[in-house]
Design a protein around this ligand. Structure first.
Ligand code: MOS
Length: 703
C-alpha cells in the first residue's frame, strides 16, 4: 500500500500550469490551428429542416467547382434528417470559401415532414408523431417507502413545478479534427478531444487499420465539457475525405452555428414536486413527476431526489422526444438539474415552515452514506455562511421598498470524481538528466500536464519545469479520458508510482558505485544525497547511467485515490424588479476533494465551474422556433454567456482538514458547477419574495 508524502514540497502548493504562458500569449497551437502542408478545408452541409426525408441528392455541380477535391454524402437519398443541423454531406476544397461554396452547390431535394421541437409542442394533443410509439416514453417509476400515506402525516407541504431549459455546448474551439493519411494504412489526426484514445479507436475501427497505426494528437484543446469524447461523424468524414483526396490532410471543424446545433446539449428538466415535512423540519415524503427532452435520442434522466434523506418518495420520469440536436454529457450530467429542482423545493418548504433554509438542509442530510459527507457539509455550510454574511439574510420578500432587492441563497451538491484502474504513466530518466513522464491522457484545460510534472518533480527532488510532461498522444501508454472528473485521480497514482520506480531503479544502479546501499540514497534540491549528505548533482548522477536510460511504467493504485465529494455554494444577488435584471454581487464556493495536487489549478477549476453554473443560472437557453423548427440563437451573439463584467466576486475555499487529505486524490472538475444555478435562483427568490421557478433567471422569467 502506497501513500502520498506526509510533508510534500510541491504537492498542494500553488504552481502555475506549465502551458499557461503559451496559452495566454497565443503561442499554443490548438488542434484547429494546425495546418499541415497541403491541407484542404472541409465543411459540412447540414439540414435546414427539423424533419425531412432526402428525396435526392446531387453532388455533381459541387464536384466541378474550382478547388474541390472530394465530396462525401453522409445522409443519402431515402434517409431522414431529423433536426436542424443534422449532417447531410461534406466537402473538401483548397480554401475554406471554396468548400463552403461547394457545400451550397450540392442539390438536395427534401420531402419536408411535420416536426416538433419543444416539449410543449411534442406533448400537445394531436402533435405529429415523430417517433414510433409516441412522442413520450415513461421511465419505470421509482418508489421508496409509502409516499402517499406518509405525505398525509406532513404538517407542511409545498407543491410546485420547477423547470430548466436545454442548454447547448459552446466550446470556444469548435468540434473537429484534421486528418491526414501518411500512407495507405497510417493515419494521423489532430483532434480537439477529451479522449485521444477513443478517437484513435473509432478511426481505426472505421477504416479497419490497427489502432497502433492511428496517432491522435491533442497538445492543448479549447474546451470539451463532456461533448468531445469521440471522433464524431464529421471527424470520420474528414478521414474519409482525406482518403478520397489521395491522403492530403483535411481540416474539418464545425462552424459556430453547427457547434450549437449538432455538438450536443444538456437536456431540459421539469419537475412537479410535492414535498412534505413535520413542523420541526424533518422531510417525510416527496412525490415528483419529472420530464425532460434529449432530442430524439433521449437521455433526460437526472438524479432525484437529490442528496437529502427522504424516507418516502416516488418519482416518475417521462422522456419527451423532439426534432432537435442530441444530448451529450455536459459537466456532472444530470446533477445540475436534480440539484436545482430539489434545492428550490427545499428552500420553498423551509420558507413555509419558517425555518432557516440552511438549518433545514442540515437537518435532512442522510447519515448512512459512504463516504459520510454529513460532517463535511456541516463544516462547509458554516464556512460559507460566514463568508457570505448569512446572518444578515432577511426573510423572503422583506428586502425594502425600493426597486432593487438584495437577497441571499444557497445550495449543496455532490459528485464522484473517482480514479479509474488500468491507466499507466511511463517515466524515463535519461543519462543527460532529462526526465519525461508520458501518457495517452490529455489536458481538457484543467492542468493535467502540470499535475503529472508536479508529482514526478516531488519524487525526484527536482523542479516542475525540469519535467517533460508529455500527454495528448494516443500512442503513449494508456491514459484516462478527460471526463467525469476522473483525470487527476486516475493519472496521479500511476505518475507517482512511475516516478518512485524510476528513482528506485536509479538508486539501485548508483548505490554500488558509491559504496552505499540504495536505502542510503535520496534526492533533494536537484542533488543526490548519500546518508543525508550531498554527493553530486542530479545531472552528474544521471550521467553515470552511461548509454542506458531508465524507463519504467507506473500503474494505477486505488489506495492513492478515492471518490465522493460534497460542496456548497452561496449567492448574493441584486434584482431590479422594474427591469427583471439580476446582478450577482458575490458567489461563495466551498469544496472538498481529498488531496489537492496543485492548489492553483484546483482553484481555477472551481472558478470555472462556478462561472459555468452562473451561465446556466442566469443566461443560457436554447430557443427553438416551433413554426420553422430551427434553433433561433445558434451563435455567440444571441446565445448569451457571461462576459467579464457579468462575473462577480467569487470566493473559493477548499475544505481540507487532514482526514480529507488522507483520502487521496479525487477529481474536482465537475462538482463546483452543480449548485451555482440553484443558489442563484434561491437568492433571487429571497430577494423578490416570490419563487422564480423557471431558469434562467433572465428578465423574461423574473418579471
Ligand atoms: Mo464531463 S460531462 O465527463 O466532461
Amino acid at each position: 500500500m502506497a501513500s502520498w508524502p506526509e510533508n510534500p514540497r510541491l504537492i498542494n502548493t500553488r504552481i502555475p500550469r506549465l502551458d499557461g504562458m503559451a496559452k495566454a500569449s497565443g503561442k499554443a497551437k490548438y488542434p484547429s490551428d494546425i495546418h499541415p502542408q497541403g491541407m484542404l478545408f472541409g465543411t459540412i452541409l447540414y439540414s435546414p429542416y427539423a424533419n425531412a426525408t432526402i428525396v435526392s441528392i446531387d453532388t455533381s455541380a459541387a464536384e466541378k467547382l474550382p478547388g474541390v477535391k472530394a465530396v462525401h454524402v453522409i445522409t443519402g437519398a431515402g434517409k431522414k434528417v431529423q433536426y436542424h443541423g443534422d449532417d447531410i454531406a461534406a466537402v473538401a476544397a483548397e480554401t475554406e470559401e471554396q468548400a463552403r461554396d461547394a457545400a451550397r452547390a450540392i442539390k438536395v431535394e427534401y420531402e419536408i415532414l411535420p416536426h416538433v421541437v419543444t416539449e410543449a409542442q411534442s406533448m400537445a394533443p394531436g402533435a405529429p408523431e415523430i417517433v414510433k410509439g409516441g412522442n413520450t416514453r415513461k421511465a419505470r417509476a421509482i418508489t421508496r417507502g409509502k409516499p402517499d400515506e406518509a405525505m398525509k402525516t406532513a404538517d407542511v407541504t409545498i407543491e410546485a413545478t420547477y423547470s430548466l431549459p436545454v442548454i447547448t455546448h459552446v466550446c470556444l474551439e469548435t468540434h473537429g479534427l484534421t486528418a491526414k493519411w501518411e500512407s495507405e494504412d497510417k493515419l494521423v489526426a489532430w483532434a480537439s478531444t477529451q479522449s485521444v484514445r477513443t478517437v484513435a479507436g473509432e478511426l481505426a475501427g472505421k477504416f479497419n487499420v490497427p489502432t497502433s497505426n492511428v496517432t491522435v494528437l491533442t497538445e492543448v484543446m479549447g474546451g470539451g465539457f463532456g461533448s468531445k469524447f469521440g471522433a464524431d461523424v464529421w471527424g470520420l468524414v474528414a478521414a474519409e475525405l482525406s482518403q478520397k483526396a489521395g491522403g492530403r490532410p483535411v481540416r474539418m471543424f464545425l462552424d459556430r452555428i453547427q457547434e450549437h446545433l449538432a455538438a450536443g446539449n444538456r437536456p431540459s428538466a421539469s419537475g412537479h414536486v410535492v414535498l412534505g415535512a413535520t413542523k420541526d423540519g424533518k422531510i417525510v415524503s416527496l412525490i415528483a413527476e419529472t420530464y425532460g427532452t434529449g432530442g430524439l435520442g433521449g437521455g433526460s434522466q437526472f438524479p432525484f431526489p437529490y442528496i437529502y434523506e427522504v424516507p418516502n418518495s416516488s418519482r416518475a420520469h417521462t422522456e419527451v422526444f423532439v426534432n432537435a440536436g442530441k444530448v451529450r454529457a455536459m459537466r456532472a450530467p444530470g446533477h445540475p438539474q436534480g440539484c436545482s429542482i430539489m434545492e428550490a423545493a427545499m428552500d420553498d418548504l423551509a420558507d413555509k415552515l419558517g425555518i432557516d433554509p440552511l438549518e433545514f438542509r442540515l437537518k435532512n442530510l442522510p447519515d448512512d452514506q459512504k463516504p459520510d459527507l454529513k460532517p463535511v457539509y456541516e463544516a462547509e455550510v458554516k464556512m460559507g455562511a460566514d463568508l457570505i454574511g448569512w446572518s444578515n439574510r432577511k426573510p423572503r420578500g422583506t428586502n425594502g421598498k425600493g426597486p432593487i432587492k438584495r437577497g441571499l441563497g444557497m445550495a449543496l451538491h455532490t459528485w464522484g470524481g473517482r480514479g479509474v484502474a488500468g491507466n499507466q504513466v511511463s517515466c524515463t530518466i535519461s543519462p543527460d538528466g532529462s526526465v519525461e513522464v508520458k501518457s495517452a491522457t490529455q489536458d481538457i484545460g484543467t492542468g493535467a500536464r502540470t499535475v503529472l510534472a508536479i508529482i514526478a518533480a516531488e519524487v525526484l527532488g527536482l523542479e516542475v519545469t525540469d519535467i517533460h510532461s508529455n500527454i495528448g498522444n494516443s500512442t503513449f501508454p494508456p491514459g484516462q479520458g478527460s471526463g467525469g472528473s476522473t483525470t487527476t485521480p486516475s493519472m496521479s497514482p500511476p505518475t507517482y508510482q512511475a516516478a518512485i520506480k524510476a528513482r528506485d531503479a536509479l538508486f539501485a544502479k548508483l548505490a554500488p558505485t558509491l559504496g552505499a546501499t540504495p536505502e542510503d540514497l535520496s534526492l533533494a534540491g536537484g542533488k543526490l544525497l548519500v546518508k543525508g549528505e550531498v554527493k553530486m548533482t542530479w545531472k552528474d548522477a544521471c550521467r553515470k547511467l552511461g548509454m542506458m536510460p531508465i524507463s519504467v511504467i507506473g500503474e494505477f493504485d486505488q489506495t492513492l485515490a478515492s471518490q465522493g465529494v460534497g460542496g456548497c455554494q452561496f449567492a448574493d444577488v441584486s434584482v431590479d424588479i422594474e427591469t427583471g435584471v439580476v446582478r450577482i454581487n458575490k458567489i461563495v464556493a466551498i469544496q472538498d476533494t481529498g488531496l489537492v495536487i496543485d492548489k492553483q489549478t484546483w482553484e481555477s477549476q472551481v472558478y470555472g465551474g462556478v462561472i459555468g453554473g452562473l451561465n446556466y443560472g442566469l443566461f443560457e437557453e436554447r430557443v427553438m422556433d416551433p413554426t420553422t423548427g430551427v434553433m433561433l440563437n445558434p451563435d455567440m451573439e444571441m446565445y448569451k454567456i457571461a462576459g467579464a463584467s457579468d462575473i462577480p466576486e467569487i470566493i473559493v475555499r477548499c475544505y481540507e482538514p487532514d482526514d480529507q487529505k488522507k483520502r487521496g486524490v479525487i477529481g474536482v472538475g465537475e462538482p463546483p458547477t452543480v449548485s451555482t444555478a440553484a443558489a442563484i435562483a434561491n437568492a433571487v427568490t429571497n430577494a423578490i419574495g416570490v419563487r422564480v421557478a423557471e431558469w434562467p433567471m433572465s428578465p423574461r422569467n423574473v418579471l
